[in-house]
Design a protein around this ligand. Structure first.
Ligand SMILES: Nc1ncnc2c1ncn2[C@@H]1O[C@H](COP(=O)(O)OP(=O)(O)OP(=O)(O)O)[C@@H](O)[C@H]1O
Length: 449
């Protein structure tokens, strides 16, 4: 099997260089050689090599130092070190110095050829990864929403249609499904894209802080207010403001927000003057706002005001092959960051990813891949690099039993346990639970009582 690459051989013994060159040329590999590390570096600066083979002990710069220099100048070129038989320490040092592989002397030509061909193959694959990475960074840009599955295509179509209007949009979906990303994408596809995009998380702030964060305050409005502050509505002037986790906004703030949205005017905390603003407001939540309205935890009038158009993000487990496309996207992202070329996911690991239920959605997948890229010792992500909960996950077995496996219970009890199971799976979102259970929400409420 010829790999048609170009190899550089570095050894202070010329006869050794000739021997290796002949063996490689017989396999269709082009070769050059030199007798010192300094000459090798000159050649490497001028010529593209797919692999470098070097002896360790040479007068002047040693083979290990050469390894380090190549790793700095051309990290994509694999180096194979030829060490004396039995010197495991040198082999270990070689790998630490950035060598891709080592072979022992006296060199067996068959072994050498295999090692060289493997290194050439690796370099070609690394090159392809780099091309893929630059393609993906051109194609999807930072913060672009990936996904080709039917529900994601539909969402993308809706997004492009509604982005251009100035309507308020409520973005719903489980935690980690990409709601903030969708908000950013709406902004970028709107006429406001040249103006600021500002996001605020309504959960993180107390009631008083939230009001001054959103509307600003005047100097002296409260003890810590040493200066006037504009607030996020005015920071977003002309652009888009995302109110993330709006379901967690305290009731009293909801009243003030509704007034501001209806009049397009706000009053900074401590001020007696109203200021007009021009901001498109997007809201996001992982909660079931309709249920919150019914339970009196969210104002109905505000709900109607922000829910002019609703975009719902499907959970990752319903996006089919998108799981693998996203996993590969994150692999490329993290492997580039760690400078560790990883080509993809081994088949059994891919099956595990497809099987798992992903309660934390894309954010969880991203974390799992970051960990796997750090752990893997190969050029693919394997089952061993995945967390236990994913390896042990069994789809299709619904847990409805108690502690005793021999326990026999009534249908009513099974129903109660299953409803509980579904509610837990969808983060207590009753609208979604009712959809999954195939009953209307009123029926679900009745059963819960
Ligand atoms: N379709 C997607 N393509 C690429 N990256 C995605 C996609 N969806 C989510 N992500 C990434 O997953 C992570 C979580 O996304 P994001 O913060 O938008 O979720 P969220 O729904 O707003 O979460 P929360 O409800 O917890 O605020 C981010 O790192 C985001 O970039």
């Amino acid at each position: 099997m010829s790999k048609e690459g170009r190899a550089l051989i570095v050894d202070d013994e010329q006869s050794m260089c000739e021997l290796v060159e002949t063996a490689l040329q017989l396999r269709g590999i082009a070769t050059e050689s030199c007798q010192s590390a300094a000459d090798a570096m000159t050649k490497i600066r001028d010529t593209e090599f797919d692999v470098v083979l070097t002896d360790v002990r040479m007068p002047g710069t040693t083979g290990l130092q050469l390894c380090q220099q190549i790793a700095e100048l051309r990290p994509d070129v694999p180096v194979i070190v030829m060490t004396a038989f039995g010197s495991l320490d040198t082999a270990v040092s070689a790998i630490r110095s950035g060598a891709y592989d080592f072979i022992t002397k006296p060199v067996e030509m068959q072994v050498l050829a295999i090692a060289v061909e493997r290194a050439i193959e690796k370099r070609k694959l690394t090159g392809q990864i780099r091309i893929l990475q630059s393609k993906s960074s051109q194609g999807f840009g930072a913060g672009e929403l990936l996904g080709e599955s039917e529900p994601m295509r539909r969402l993308h179509d809706q997004l492009l249609r509604v982005a251009a209007s100035d309507a308020s949009i409520l973005i719903t979906g489980e935690s980690g499904t990409g709601k903030e990303l969708v908000a950013g994408s709406i902004h970028r596809h709107s006429e406001r894209s040249k103006q600021p995009f500002v996001a605020v998380n309504c959960t993180a702030l107390s009631e008083t802080l939230l009001e001054s964060e959103l509307f600003g305050h005047t100097r002296g409005a409260f003890t810590d207010a040493r200066h006037d502050r504009r607030g996020l509505f005015l920071e977003a002037e002309g652009g888009t403001l995302l109110l993330d986790e709006i379901g967690d906004m305290p009731m009293s703030m909801q009243v003030k927000l509704l007034r501001a949205l209806e009049e397009n005017r706000l009053r900074p905390v401590g001020s007696d003057r109203e200021i007009a603003f021009d901001v498109r407001v997007l809201a996001a939540t992982h909660r079931d706002l309709e249920a919150a309205v019914e339970e009196g935890r969210f104002r109905q009038d505000l709900f109607y005001r922000i829910n002019v158009i609703q975009l719902h993000l499907p959970p990752l487990r319903s996006r089919g092959a998108d799981i693998l496309a996203l996993a590969n996207h994150f692999i490329h992202q993290f492997s580039a960051k760690a400078n560790k070329p990883i080509l993809g996911i081994a088949e059994p690991a891919a099956e595990k990813l497809l099987e798992y239920s992903w309660p934390g959605n894309v954010r969880e997948l991203r974390n799992v891949i970051e960990r796997a890229v750090a752990l893997t010792r190969y050029d693919t992500v394997t089952v061993d690099d995945l967390p236990e909960k994913i390896c042990d996950f069994r789809r299709g077995s619904v847990f409805i039993g108690g502690d005793d496996p021999t326990e026999l219970v009534s249908l009513e009890e099974i129903e109660a346990r299953y409803i509980d199971h579904v509610l837990n799976a969808v983060n207590q979102n009753r609208t979604q639970a009712a959809q999954i259970l195939g009953v209307d929400r009123k029926t679900l409420y009745r059963k819960l009582k």
